[in-house]
Design a binder for this molecule. Sequence first.
Ligand code: DQA
Length: 146
Amino acid sequence: MTAQLVYVLNGPNLSRLGSREPEIYGSQTLENVADIVSREAGSLGLAVDFRQTNDEAELIGWIHEAVDRGADVVLNPAAFTHYSYAVRDACALVAGGGGKLVEIHLSNPATREEFRHTSVIAGVATGTIAGFGSDSYLLALRALAR
Ligand code: DQA
């Protein structure tokens, strides 16, 4: 049996983890996160494709690719969370195609500035996990593996 494929996609500025506001996002780099994600995926029997982009069009293209490949998606949309209807519409294609999409955040946006309280993605996500640092990624993988 082939392993269930999960795209783990990261939006803008997450390439700066480790040095970006460590009091909010922690001291792990995105490479560290990719490593723990890969280890967890291995133990859950999932195949993971881990990517980051600062570019909205590229992120949308990757979501389309996930839909075409029948993959599930773990998405940290970063700032796109709060305003990108284009990313939202792409996310809606995942559920429309029978896949699952978990929106995740390192921090808990609900406890932060007002503009972060809105997620335009949440309404088309299977579920949302926020506030657990890099464990948010691992919890999302566990949810998809069940
Ligand atoms: C974030 C929260 C967003 O509000 C912010 O724009 C990010 C990171 C998080 O993982 O906590 O870039 O998605």
